[in-house]
Write a protein that binds this ligand. Structure first.
Ligand SMILES: Cc1cc2nc3c(=O)[nH]c(=O)nc-3n(C[C@H](O)[C@H](O)[C@H](O)COP(=O)(O)OP(=O)(O)OC[C@H]3O[C@@H](n4cnc5c(N)ncnc54)[C@H](O)[C@@H]3O)c2cc1C
Length: 500
């Protein structure tokens, strides 16, 4: 391979040029790809309960897509559970008054414009669906199933068409939530059924994203061999490098725009205690591996019991954390009748408090167990206001309580479920992209600082964008706004691109 350099950055001879490279193939990357493929949203003319919004929408020339309109004007004055105005706009059009508990029809229609397709590629570690392909398939979403859907394909209709591979039983309010396994399949099918697969390079890892200093280089002029028309290709601004997971073969893309859509769940948070990383077969940091470990425990138990039902004899499963994932772990261990030791730093806390009990009975049950120490489930022990001090390789864990008294417990498996954070190690160090530039990116407390109407990253060199959790939109229902903001900006820019 022959390489060349631009201002000291090496470009392999076989590098591919793209207008847009999207890193991350979860719901954010998929929604953006749908828009970049030329699928645009249109207001359908119905009355929105927000009269001012209806007036703003009705003022646009007939037949003009939202992508082509002034997003600042359309989204002014909107309020809700996102800090990003275009996310609020798209959410209120998709799910009018959802936070008031109403289930009103969407005010959007999607039309395909093949001539507006933007040359792009979406890169991701696993199959399309991102983190939903890596989560434990048995758990249910917090959100309603309809809030998890992507543009143009109704999740409930897709499910009703028998796509989940599961039989449909009697419905209850819990059925309005979706299972992780159904969603993983929905996102995968979406990419294939919407003709997006050609834009996806799955099973690959991006290892480096580097801005190119093109201040001295000229735009590249090319002549179309068929039409003889001379085009002016915009200057490349970014080099994106990585490798395919199947064969380790490296790849390189040169692009004018790079989009960070890598989500928030690649690096599980650690306790940082001795022994936490030395015992990876039984000290775990994700629910999926925990489920597999619990199944192994049950198998060993059943072997020991030789078919005679007895009290569980294995050492308890130690679960650390007080969030929904820790609660899912408690449910998983309880479902298998395994003994549980649950360590969390605060008192019983606010787990599930904001969630209505009829829709989330499982989380309310765990909250109750955390409060009463497990009076209704004798194999559960809550160690509230405790923290782990040390994990030793002989399965002994030392914890300390509020009175500073330490105790040692023998356990079978440890599940540390205390949240996760994004992995942006492929970026050059020291960019300081967060709203608090000197602190690491955290999707809740320090998301990437973006221009609210383009989702361009404020403190990055030109051409970098982000959406989804990295831009502070931690729920799927809001990430379409980021996709609309980015595709709107890219399309407006491409319109101004010189055609000589
Ligand atoms: C346990 C759990 C439950 C949740 N429940 C809900 C819910 O009920 N409702 C809701 O709306 N949201 C929920 N969320 C949040 C939801 O998962 C995210 O909002 C959503 O998945 C964000 O989509 P995304 O595409 O931005 O990121 P992701 O879905 O995280 O996808 C990004 C993908 O990019 C990949 N990637 C990262 N780095 C690289 C790299 N260097 N090279 C290649 N690929 C890379 C990641 O591995 C990942 O597969 C939940 C999250 C978790 C963890």
């Amino acid at each position: 391979m022959r390489n060349f350099t631009i201002q000291g950055v090496t470009i392999p001879d076989d590098a591919a040029y793209k207008d847009v490279v999207v890193i991350g193939n979860g719901p954010s990357g998929i929604a953006l790809s749908y828009l970049l493929a030329g699928n645009w949203p249109y207001y359908n003319g119905a009355i929105h309960p927000d009269e001012m919004l209806t007036a703003r929408l009705s003022g646009a020339p007939p037949g003009r897509s939202i992508v082509k309109q002034d997003l600042r004007f359309l989204s002014q004055g909107l309020e809700g559970r996102s800090n990003n105005p275009v996310s609020l706009l798209m959410d209120t059009l998709n799910h009018p008054c959802a936070d008031l508990g109403l289930e009103l029809p969407s005010l959007l229609e999607w039309h395909h414009h093949p001539e507006c397709q933007v040359d792009h590629i979406v890169l991701g570690k696993g199959p399309p669906g991102g983190s939903w392909q890596a989560m434990d398939g048995n758990i249910l979403t917090i959100s309603l199933g309809s809030w998890m859907e992507l543009p143009g394909v109704d999740f409930r209709a897709w499910e009703a068409a028998g796509n989940t591979g599961m039989s449909s039983g009697p419905t209850s309010s819990r059925d309005s939530r979706a299972s992780v396994s159904s969603l993983a399949r929905y996102y995968y099918d979406y990419v294939h059924n919407q003709g997006l697969a050609k834009f996806f390079r799955n099973s690959c890892v991006v290892t480096s994203v580097l801005p190119l200093d093109t201040s001295h280089s000229q735009n590249k002029e090319t002549i179309d061999p068929e039409t003889g028309v001379q085009h002016c290709e915009p200057r490349a601004l970014w080099r994106v490098e990585g490798f395919d997971l199947s064969d380790g073969i490296p790849f390189c893309y040169i692009c004018r725009r790079v989009v960070l859509a890598t989500g928030q769940s690649d690096l599980p948070n650690r306790l940082g205690v001795s022994g936490e990383l030395n015992n990876p077969t039984w000290v775990l940091h994700d629910l999926r591996s925990l489920e597999a470990a619990l199944d192994r425990l049950v198998e060993e138990e059943e072997g020991d019991r030789e078919g005679v039902p007895t009290e569980p004899r294995c050492d308890p499963v130690l679960i650390v954390g007080a969030g929904l994932s820790a609660a899912d772990a408690v449910i998983a261990a309880r479902f298998r009748s395994l003994p549980i030791l649950h360590v969390f730093r605060k008192k019983a806390g606010a787990l599930g408090k904001q969630l209505p009990e009829n829709m989330y009975p499982e989380y309310h049950k765990v909250h109750q167990m955390m409060g009463d120490g497990g009076a209704t489930y004798p194999c559960y022990t809550a160690l509230a206001e405790h923290r782990v001090l040390e994990i030793s390789s002989d399965h002994k864990v030392c914890v300390v309580g509020p009175d500073n008294v330490a105790s040692v417990h023998r356990v079978s498996v440890v599940a540390i479920l205390i949240g996760s954070r994004p992995d942006l190690n492929f970026l050059p160090p020291g960019l300081g992209l967060g709203r608090k530039p000197s602190e690491p990116i955290d999707c809740r407390s320090n998301p990437i600082d973006v221009d609210p109407y383009t989702h361009g990253v404020v403190r990055a060199p030109p051409g970098m964008y982000t959406l989804g959790p990295l831009a502070g939109d931690n729920f799927v229902r809001f990430l379409q706004g980021g996709a609309v903001a980015i595709s709107s900006h890219v399309n407006k820019e491409l319109q101004h691109q010189t055609v000589l």
